[in-house]
Design a protein around this ligand. Structure first.
Ligand code: MG
Length: 367
């Protein structure tokens, strides 16, 4: 089987909450998502999606996904999409870095492999652990009371895991964490995610001010070294995210005992193949994981469900259903949240069928 064409569609994904805000005053109102289609000489077609969290979250931006596919795509024509190791080696040989460019292509090739083999991607990734995948809700940065009201609202919808966007003024963040923990019950879990927004001394202050609470601290500062210093000073369960973008830093962090949970995002690592590698390593080392992506719609959500559902349950901290945050559905068959949980599709591949009328014509054709 050979790749004959690679197409990219651009889709705008507005938000039900109209805007999503996090540390440092960063916000997005409409997400720019790229849907990738890999066509083959056998007629089987695979789908992937990449949606950066704006241009200022990771070293990734939406137009860069398309631009990167324009650069890399011609070098992949003729390759077998079912041979994921060979394909990823070729992608790395032709384009250094830029994992977000490779992610959608890799995802689409997993979809092809599943369709060809007649198996859901989660089976190909190791099998289905448990009945469903527990979801968290990200709570956009607002005033403490507004965030507490949001948490109460989403809790009533079935979520029991919440990730607060902090990383702002430390005193307000302390209020945010206290206000939200106050509306939660025992057994609910709360993560205060600063998204690199605090300086080291601010992070230590916040962590010490809330250490009587049941709360996790996620990625407080910009650098790994600052985060490690905060981790050693705070005594709260700790999550690393933005710094963990490959195996080298993951192994270093494990050696330093720098975190209890690691956040693995599909496009941050370069696709499902690379995420599986990190996921399996974490599972072997006993590190729990948040399995997700930067953002996305139905196709990213489907891919997250397959990666998460094939991860052993004790090490599956949380995942998220981005397709419930956005107002546009780009594919049928994607997982739908039920009481704070979702399940990977049992259909072959990712189990999604894109809505061609929503995608519109491709903005890029590599052939
Ligand atoms: Mg995070």
């Amino acid at each position: 089987m050979k790749i004959t064409r690679i197409l990219a569609h651009r889709v705008d994904l507005p938000l039900h909450e109209t805007t999503y805000k996090w540390s440092g005053g960063k916000s997005v109102t409409v997400f720019d998502s790229t849907v990738v289609c890999v066509e083959t000489d056998s007629g089987v077609v695979g789908w992937g999606e990449v949606c950066p969290l704006g241009p200022f979250y990771l070293p990734a931006y939406a137009e860069g996904v398309r631009s990167g596919i324009r650069e890399l795509g011609p070098r992949l024509l003729g390759f077998d999409p079912t041979q994921l190791g060979v394909l990823n080696t070729q992608m790395d040989a032709c384009l250094k870095g830029h994992p977000h460019v490779k992610s959608g292509i890799d995802m689409a090739c997993w979809d092809v492999l599943g369709k060809v083999s007649g198996l859901p991607v989660c089976t190909l990734l190791g099998g289905r652990f448990g009945e469903s995948v527990r979801l968290y809700r990200a709570i956009s940065q607002e005033d403490p009371d507004a965030m507490a009201r949001r948490v109460a609202q989403y809790r009533a919808e079935g979520y029991s895991r919440f990730q607060l966007k902090v990383g702002g003024d430390p005193d307000t963040d302390i209020e945010r964490i206290r206000a939200v923990r106050g509306v939660l019950r025992p057994g609910d879990r709360l993560v205060a995610d600063a998204n690199t927004g605090w300086t080291q001394h601010e992070a230590v202050r916040v962590a010490r001010a809330v250490r009587d609470l049941d709360v996790y601290i996620e990625q407080p500062c910009l650098t790994y070294e600052e985060c490690l210093a905060v981790r050693r000073a705070c005594g709260l369960p700790f999550v690393l995210d933005e710094n963990i973008d490959g195996l080298d830093v993951l192994l270093r962090a494990r050696s330093d005992l720098a975190m209890d949970v690691v956040n693995l995002k599909i496009s941050k690592l370069g696709g499902i193949t690379r995420t599986r590698q990190a996921r399996d390593l974490c599972a072997s080392m006993g590190i729990a994981m948040t399995l997700e992506d930067s953002w996305g719609g139905d196709i990213v959500t489907a891919a997250i469900a397959h990666v998460a559902h094939s991860t052993p349950e004790p090490l599956r901290f949380t995942s998220t259903d981005f397709n419930s945050y956005v107002t546009v559905s780009i594919a049928e068959g994607a997982p739908r949240r039920v009481d704070g949980f979702m399940r990977a599709s049992a259909a072959p591949g990712l189990g999604v069928e894109p809505r061609r009328d929503v995608l519109g014509p491709p903005v890029l054709v590599v052939e």
